[in-house]
Design a protein around this ligand. Sequence first.
Ligand SMILES: [Zn+2]
Length: 418
Amino acid sequence: MSENALRLEGRLANHDREFDGAVEIDTSSGLITHVGPATGASDLDLSGCIVFPGFGDIHIHAREDAGGSQSYKEDFVSASAAAVQGGVTHVADMPNNPVAPVDDARYAEKERLTAKSAVHVTLYAGIGPGTRPLQRHVPYKAFMGPSVGDLYFKSQQELERVIAEYRGRNVSFHCEDPVILDASKGAATHEQRRPASAEISATEFALHLVEKYDLTGKLCHYSTGDGLKLIAAAKARGLRVTAEVTPHHLFFDDTMLTNDNRLWLQMNPPLRGRADRLALIEALRSGLLDYIATDHAPHTLAEKATGMSGVPHLDTYGAFTTWLMKEHCFTPQEIARVCAFNPGEWVREFLPAGFGKGYGCIEPGYTGSLTIVEPDAPYVVRRETIQTKCGWSPFEGFTLPGRVRYSVLRGKVHKATV
Ligand SMILES: [Zn+2]
């Protein structure tokens, strides 16, 4: 390995082509300097592996804020260790902290805490009752109904009065209609208390806001098959809107819930039916859904036992993509699109100087971060190898068909330990 360059050769997969070749990264600038044919001079043996542009998870909850009251669950050190283990080379962190980043001062304060993260962290600013846009150009998150934290609205009218101040901004929406949630709160199960109709109603309203206030919109953790038609129609009429899907909504559905796993698999929005799950998989393949974003929610086992919603995923992000390739025949190009290219496109405008053309593509000038996956190397997910501070995974006991071998962060190689 030469002193200030990393040269890797193998099977490379971008969103638009897959090829045998070589990539060189300048380790001082952290940028890709050369992509070309292989010559047999690789710094790592990557046989059996696929080299992707660095994966990006643009929806996580690392839980650390200036107050530090939730750092027992996770912080930027442990979240980024889990990210590196899972092949995630950059993340975007949600704002529903006890000390929520809702103005420039609190945003800057939280941003200082991210300096110790091993991967680049983009922070969302929160939109809640009475908030105003920041001076800085940042992405925003609006919680339409109650979830974890205090940043939510009790009605759509209340949300619209605030969103009107955010004209033209980049806003991500958690789509669950608070009125429908309220009307459903006496139902027997968590899944029935947060019905599909709540997501569909909130989707209609979010799309209306995107259009009326000229937003760049993103719908978070999409879960309902019927709601996909609304997204397709909105994209067809030219709205700037994209949508995420989580590993859990792609892998689990409500037919898999048992008395033993029900509490661990509780999240917002909840698991839906099998037909919804299969529709999400097809929508991800077709390009209607844009990103695999985990909604990584590192609650402790004790908290999960009391019914707290959310599941951790950073450790298994890359390995999960091998399940999509093996079980649902996703091509490496399709994985590169939804895990690297689209997240890179979304984050580019928020990156500080020094990231070149940004994340998401193995081409000269892009950030030299890569995710190296071995698709045919099955492993059983076990608690002992999990890096997230909360210390568990919804995939525990499941065999994933492949694993992450290396994460390359701006030219620096990290070997995964599963
Ligand atoms: Zn979330």
